[in-house]
Design a protein around this ligand. Structure first.
Ligand SMILES: CCCc1ccc(-c2ccc(S(=O)(=O)CCO)cc2)cc1[C@H]1C[C@H]1c1ccccn1
Length: 240
């Protein structure tokens, strides 16, 4: 795997996500259910630092008819970002550090009365093999804020900081019926999705406003993205 200037940081952050995000800690009372819609459940933890809302967000979802590779690929692919992302004014891919690591600069739609935000982050995609060799690999995308010469912080824009992971497992129903996995019909696929996001809005914004935006935006964002992947893959051969 070709190394680059961010390889060490990426390895550290990805391993942290793989170690912590899939822990089922929902029965403890640290998570508060923000929204539930069918199989999708979105939780938050209240966390503030110097009066700035940093609420960690964790969502789980179960989507029929797609693989984890497909979900992560569409989440990572710069070519389709503006097709599914409804919260952005723009998205620019600044640099491809390798075939699995890109750097983005994105301008978020303004959330009144807060000032407009932009983000600059590396986005890394990889597969993670399972203990049971019969299982399909898990897939993960991590979006983690970084700096870049082509994305200077320019007033009045405020730079928000994000640490986001999308982790997907694929379940094949009636697995033993199929010798060749690529012939599995889509109705026998279930993708288990875990999405975690910790965003620092980068500057003061009223806590009640930010919490209202999180409560509104994240469930909508996840529902829109997963529906987009189902629509895009419906007629395509499965990507294992
Ligand atoms: C004041 C704005 C703060 C703010 C900055 C940034 C983000 C944010 C960053 C990254 C990602 S992602 O999942 O990596 C997809 C990248 O295209 C999603 C969201 C969210 C918010 C907060 C507002 C919340 C929100 C949640 C969901 C979508 C959009 N906005």
């Amino acid at each position: 795997v070709p190394r680059h200037r961010l390889s060490d940081e990426i390895e550290k952050i990805v391993q942290e996500h793989l170690k912590f995000d899939l822990v089922d800690d929902f029965n403890s009372n640290i998570w508060e259910l923000l929204a539930a819609d069918g199989e999708m459940k979105v939780y938050r933890r209240e966390l503030e630092e110097n009066g700035i809302v940093l609420d960690p967000l964790k969502a789980v979802h179960s989507v029929k008819g797609v693989t984890g590779h497909e979900v992560c690929k569409y989440f990572w692919d710069p070519a389709v970002r503006m097709e599914w992302e409804g919260t952005l004014d723009s998205s620019r891919m600044l640099e491809a550090l390798s075939d699995d690591t890109l750097i983005f600069n994105q301008v978020h739609k303004r959330v009144w009365p807060a000032a407009q935000r932009d983000t600059c982050f590396w986005s890394h995609i990889r597969s993670v093999s399972k203990e049971n060799k019969n299982d399909l690999d898990d897939w993960i995308v991590v979006n983690y804020s970084t700096t870049h010469d082509s994305a200077p912080i320019k007033e009045p824009m405020i730079r928000a900081w994000a640490n986001v992971a999308l982790i997907c497992s694929t379940i094949i129903l009636n697995r033993d019926k199929y010798a060749d996995l690529s012939s599995v019909p889509r109705e026998n696929l279930v993708c288990k999705i875990t999405y975690v996001a910790q965003v620092n809005p980068g500057g003061w914004a009223p806590a009640n406003v930010l919490r209202a935006v999180y409560k509104r935006e994240y469930p909508k964002f996840l529902k829109r993205f997963t529906q987009y992947v189902m629509d895009k893959t419906k007629k395509l051969p499965i990507l294992l």
